[in-house]
Design a binder for this molecule. Structure first.
Ligand code: AMP
Length: 384
């Protein structure tokens, strides 16, 4: 039985544990806030600290990219960390991410690094409005961002950003100014790379956000040219990093071109649909890759959508009466804006998926799922 330690004890470690059990993989999780190694589900304490967790693991991986660098370095020294700390650190720093994209000649939004008022003014000159400013470190779910749409707002936005930078206790914090891209839609590619360089990618997923948080992802047969373009980007970036495990790449689609928005060096929310919609789910494939086992097929078995449950700890039982619906709770304390679970819905074809999504939207409380009904209606119209 191979023993896997996951840095982070949230829902992603939990779902890795659930996927690893049939393969006889023993998955434990490091709760980074307490430094205790816990069972990812119960979450009973197993070891008192990281050092014991490292000794008792065969393989170490991470469920989030903002792991403190001293923890990553300690794990790296054991030779058991996959992917390597370099890849995890790149995912946690937008400046390193941009450097990686440049080194692979990968298309992305035009940008400028900002550390001072002078840089801020230069960024506005270099990029045309509208511009989005993002914190280089610690940004997630659209947090730590400012949007400058009209020049008249520049001073106020700079003041706010300067206050943020001054108040930041994070060493080496900075801002990346990015050209706002007039994208047609946001899509992501989840892929996996094994130690020997084998690569497999899932079908592209279309993503919808509400207030900066992913709310719905849909995986259905997609334009093969786009799929090839995304696959080429995945191969280039993952080869460059000598990457091992699952990695997600978020893209903006503009016409028939894909621009990389960001990279997540881990299993990803936009890949949760794979639990019901793919031959092998992303959690199992991540474990296979880091344990040096053959990768599982990433083929789409049936069109599938994932709906995030945000800030709610109950949903009506009738949801389970809809055909091909699976509910995944994370067993987390209720908090506004928190990802508490997700619902996967599948159909034999896209029309059936759209009908089931509409059934789901009809049952769920519109206050808790504000854009779902609108999304389901449009999706259904498109299929009918
Ligand atoms: P991020 O944290 O970088 O994924 O940004 C959160 C959301 O902001 C994205 O999902 C997009 O909807 C939007 N966004 C971020 N960067 C850009 C950009 N350069 N152009 C347009 N929209 C963006």
């Amino acid at each position: 039985m191979k023993k896997v330690l996951v840095l982070g004890a949230g829902q992603l470690a939990r779902m890795m544990q659930l996927a690893g059990t049939p393969l006889n993989l023993d998955v434990k999780a490091l709760d980074v806030s307490s430094n205790k190694v816990v069972h990812p589900i119960t979450p009973e304490q197993i070891y008192g600290d990281l050092a014991a967790g490292i000794i008792n693991a065969d393989v170490i991986t991470a469920e989030f990219e903002h792991v403190a660098h001293d923890i990553l370095d300690e794990c790296e020294q054991s030779g058991k960390l996959f992917p390597k700390s370099e890849a995890i650190k790149i995912g946690g720093d937008r400046r390193l991410e941009k450097a990686l994209l440049e080194s692979c000649n990968t298309a992305n939004a035009k940008y400028y690094f900002v550390n001072s008022k002078e840089d801020f003014d230069k960024a506005i000159n270099y990029l045309s409005l509208p511009i989005i400013f993002k914190t280089a470190l610690e940004g997630y779910d659209g947090k730590g961002q400012w949007r400058l749409k009209v020049a008249a707002d520049a001073e106020a936005i700079w003041q706010d950003m300067a206050d943020f930078l001054n108040a930041s206790t994070t060493v080496n914090q900075g801002i990346v100014a990015e050209q706002m891209v007039p994208f047609d839609r946001e899509i992501s590619l989840v892929g996996v790379r094994r130690i020997n360089g084998d690569v497999a990618v899932y079908p592209l997923t279309e993503n919808h956000h509400t207030n900066g948080i992913l709310t719905v992802s849909v995986a259905a047969p997609i334009n093969t040219k786009l799929q090839e373009q995304a696959g080429t980007v995945f191969k280039a970036l993952s080869d460059k990093l000598n990457y091992v495990g699952v990695m997600a790449i978020e893209f903006f689609q503009v016409g028939d071109q894909l621009l990389v928005n960001e990279i997540a060096p881990r299993v990803h929310n936009s890949g949760h649909w794979t639990q019901q919609g793919a031959d092998t789910c992303q959690f199992e494939n991540h474990l296979r890759a880091i344990c040096d086992l053959p990768l599982g097929s990433t083929a789409l078995v049936r069109p599938t959508a994932m709906v995030n449950i945000i800030g709610e700890d109950t949903i009506p039982d009738e949801v389970l009466a809809i055909a091909s619906v699976s509910v995944h709770w994370y067993n987390k304390g209720k908090r506004a804006g928190r990802k508490m679970g997700h619902i996967n819905v599948s159909g034999e074809h896209e029309l059936q998926l759209a009908q089931r999504l509409q059934n789901l939207a009809d049952i769920l409380c519109p206050k808790a799922f504000p854009d779902l009904n609108d999304f389901a209606k449009k999706y259904l119209d498109k299929q009918s």
